[in-house]
Design a protein around this ligand. Structure first.
Ligand code: SF4
Ligand code: FES
Length: 149
């Protein structure tokens, strides 16, 4: 079961997992993906556990890599010296088959009249129109059977 499948059973607020080497945060409202984090660092990210993120079980370098592979921005990290992720040098937008747009870079989402809605380095933006967490994908494309044109 992926963290996304688990999300309705967890409190939907930011979760923080901390060691002396790294602090990982997880935003359950943004997690929709089938487990890039688990594939990269299965000992650290294991959705079968009650405390599903255990940063003490991996190096800070491995956890940074796993977090940066999270396509939705649900995961983030910071190091004890206060440094954290920087944006990819080359921004990118990728349409996931029958799913969201994965956007990477120094991303800002604004309304038509320039009001800021969201900002971050990694986002999954809804492409099907059915999300209940706009502008982010919340996995509803599966329920509504969204298909690429
Ligand atoms: S990589 Fe990100 S979106 Fe995918 S399961 Fe892990 S936390 Fe969720
Ligand atoms: S693309 Fe996932 S909810 Fe719309």
């Amino acid at each position: 079961m992926s963290p996304a499948d688990e999300r309705d059973r967890r409190p939907r607020r930011l979760q923080t997992y901390e060691t002396e080497a790294i602090t990982v945060t997880f935003d359950p409202t943004r997690c929709i993906h089938a487990a890039e984090c688990i594939r990269t660092a299965p000992e650290v990210f294991d959705s079968r556990r009650a405390r599903w993120i255990k940063p003490e079980l991996g190096s800070a370098e491995l956890i940074e890599t796993a977090v940066r592979r999270c396509p939705t921005g649900a995961l983030a990290y910071r190091l004890p010296d206060g440094t954290s992720e920087t944006a990819d040098d080359r921004p990118s937008v990728r349409a996931w088959r029958n799913g969201p747009l994965y956007v990477r870079g120094d991303v800002r989402v604004e309304t038509e009249d320039g009001r800021p809605i969201a900002a971050g380095f990694r986002m999954a933006l809804c492409r099907c129109g059915a999300t209940r967490n706009a502008p982010f994908c919340d996995g509803s494309h599966r329920e509504v059977g969204f298909r690429d044109p």
